[in-house]
Design a binder for this molecule. Sequence first.
Ligand code: DX5
Ligand code: ZN
Length: 222
Amino acid sequence: MKTRISASLDCANYLALLEDVRKLERAGIEMLHIDIMDGVFVPNFAIGTNLLKKLRPQTSLLFDVHLMVVNPEAHFSLFAQLGADSITFHAEGNPRLHHLVDAVKRLGKKVGIALNPSTSPEFLRYLLPYLDLVLCMTVDPGFVGQRFVPEVVAKVEVIRKMSLELGVAVDIAVDGGISEETVPQLKRAGANVFVAGTSSIFSGREDLEAAARRFREFCERL
Ligand code: DX5
Ligand code: ZN
């Protein structure tokens, strides 16, 4: 599977957002990771719909929407209209997963399922053939800058093995504390999409364009 970087929009500089987006484009980043938080599924709020409406016509970066909301089905068509290229929702609290996956696909979008660090991956054996993406959270969702949960590396390995056994080409993304320190083990385990936040390209220690180019090359080279 192709290695790709999804830059976490919520970590960007909102006061100069378009400038940051241009830097990501010039650095060869392909996707924007868009965290949607409703203050209920996670105790925080993030990224409003008006911002996405204004941003969509400005860039051709793919919109990789990560819904951290209760009752995600109620919002699928809204995010599809806002220009999402893929819609990922959580397994936790959603018992009708095949139904939800179908609902996203009917909108013509790629579909992903997100798993919190403590969620076991076994159920995916029955779902992987229907998915484009599995998003393994490497922190509990809700906040930037949290400590990476190392046990998730083994989970990524289980999911990649399952996908090979089933013969399905599924992207495995990792989100939270993704850095030059954590990427090598995750990539070896089978992850191929890396959500870049404050632990890498948005650390503020380096110009965003240079950091994004370097991090992308680092991930691809491994
Ligand atoms: C969790 C957040 C983080 C963020 C990544 O809900 O969504 O995953 O995007 O940023 P860092 O690198 O700070 O974990
Ligand atoms: Zn996310």
